[in-house]
Write a protein that binds this ligand. Sequence first.
Ligand SMILES: CC(C)(COP(=O)(O)OP(=O)(O)OC[C@H]1O[C@@H](n2cnc3c(N)ncnc32)[C@H](O)[C@@H]1OP(=O)(O)O)[C@@H](O)C(=O)NCCC(=O)NCCS
Length: 176
Amino acid sequence: MTNEGNDSSLDIRGGDPKLPAKCASESKVEMSQQMMPSDANPLGNVHGGHVMKLIDEAGGLAAMRHARRPVVTVAMDSITFLSPVRVGHLVTLRASVNWVGRSSIEVGIRVEAENPVTGEITHTNSAFAVFVAMDDYDRPCPVPPLILETEEDRRRWAEAEERQQLRLQRSKRKIK
Ligand SMILES: CC(C)(COP(=O)(O)OP(=O)(O)OC[C@H]1O[C@@H](n2cnc3c(N)ncnc32)[C@H](O)[C@@H]1OP(=O)(O)O)[C@@H](O)C(=O)NCCC(=O)NCCS
């Protein structure tokens, strides 16, 4: 793929080559929120659906910062809750772009919960979600290519590409 206007010495992949490529570090999101009683069941355990909403928000923000366009969520992979989140805990979500297609963006989101009294931090879950950038007429639109800076970025890209292929196979589509 050519990347018009982009530095050819960089490892630049996906997206629209006419748009300036961006690194994942430029769109990365970190979001923290204390869990309130309204987020939880009567026993003080936070609803899984509330954590999923935060995952969607953090992931969507990272995708929007990459695309600088509004985005919609098109897919979210299965989520396993590894440990409970309690009322009063400080939940921190870290979201970062792993892969970009033409209009689609895979974001990885890691969720941690901190007990602010003891300082104990637990990894509650990790999730992968795909967002699609939308134009002014609510149609999918091209996004900037992604610059892969490190071996870690390349590993994430390769794994995300495989996941996207599986998602599209499941919905009987192909990566364009
Ligand atoms: C997202 C949406 C605009 C895609 O519309 P579409 O007609 O399928 O458009 P396209 O075929 O051009 O697909 C757009 C992109 O989505 C990707 N995509 C579509 N279905 C997908 C799926 N199941 N998993 C992952 N990616 C998917 C396509 O591969 C394509 O990516 P690319 O441009 O990088 O190649 C449309 O499905 C939609 O509006 N969905 C509802 C979104 C929403 O409301 N989300 C909130 C739910 S509560």
